[in-house]
Design a protein around this ligand. Structure first.
Ligand code: FES
Length: 109
């Protein structure tokens, strides 16, 4: 894997996120209340809402537009809603965060 540095976990507030723009897609990087970090496509599977602006609870985020709940682990919509966003491999090395670029290139194909 070709790991690409995206900053430090301390750049992301607890239960918050930051947006990482790449040539292939915009990625939302979330930090949960348990200090776990996940990267998923910043595009709700419902109508493309900006998931990075949603509310993080547990290991999920609620879309700010129509309240779909998306799992940060699997990218899948939870509950009765059907759909999924791409998850991006993320590595946390002592607080330094990296994402795998190959997966982004494959996503663009
Ligand atoms: S766009 Fe996210 S719930 Fe509708």
């Amino acid at each position: 894997m070709n790991w690409h540095p995206i900053g430090d976990i301390s750049d992301i507030p607890l239960r918050g996120s930051r947006c990482v723009k790449t040539p292939h897609m915009n990625i939302a990087v979330f930090r949960t209340g348990e200090d776990e970090v996940y990267a998923i496509e910043n595009r709700c599977p419902h109508k493309g809402g900006p998931l990075s602006e949603g509310i993080v609870h547990g290991n999920a985020v609620t879309c700010p537009l129509h309240n779909w709940v998306i799992s940060l682990e699997t990218g899948k919509a939870l509950g009765a809603d059907d759909g999924a966003v791409r998850t991006i491999p993320l590595k946390n090395e002592g607080g330094s965060l990296y994402i795998a670029l190959e997966s982004l290139m494959m996503a663009a194909e």
